[in-house]
Write a protein that binds this ligand. Structure first.
Ligand SMILES: [Zn+2]
Ligand SMILES: [Zn+2]
Length: 135
């Protein structure tokens, strides 16, 4: 199901807007509507932890958060059953990074040169993957 969802919607996190998302988040939280748990229309890619094991913290947010003394950023865990806007506020506060909808969001992520996926062996110029990329 998650693979199908990633093929359909890509791997850009619907919460923080960064690449490398490999978990599903529910637009309409399960706490509010458990019947839509497996409705692909209700799923979107996000960084995070999954019940079945495996996790993918955001490769952009995590180093920024760790530099400020916070742990890795798992977007769907931050969100839980709250609104996406609230999750973005929390992540913005931890990382100091602009979130989707903020002025300077895309400019900032491009300036960082991190527009590549966690799945790649190396980034631009052969740089190692960020510490946040754990599988
Ligand atoms: Zn994210
Ligand atoms: Zn992020």
């Amino acid at each position: 199901m998650v693979k199908m969802m990633l093929r359909r919607y890509g791997t850009t996190c619907h919460i923080c807007g960064h690449p490398g998302a490999a978990q599903a988040d529910h637009l309409e939280p399960l706490a509010e509507n458990p019947g839509r748990a497996l409705d692909i229309e209700n799923l979107r890619p996000a960084h995070g932890a999954s019940r079945g094991g495996g996790s993918n913290p955001c490769p952009v947010c995590t180093p920024a958060a760790e530099a400020r003394g916070y742990g890795p950023v798992y977007c769907n865990t931050v969100r839980q059953a709250m609104s996406v806007d609230r999750a973005r506020r929390v992540i913005r506060a931890r990382t100091g990074l602009p979130m989707p909808g903020d002025a300077g969001f895309s400019a900032a992520s491009q300036a960082e040169g991190r527009e590549w996926e966690c799945g790649a062996a190396t980034g631009p110029g052969g740089r190692a993957r960020p510490a946040g990329c754990r599988r």
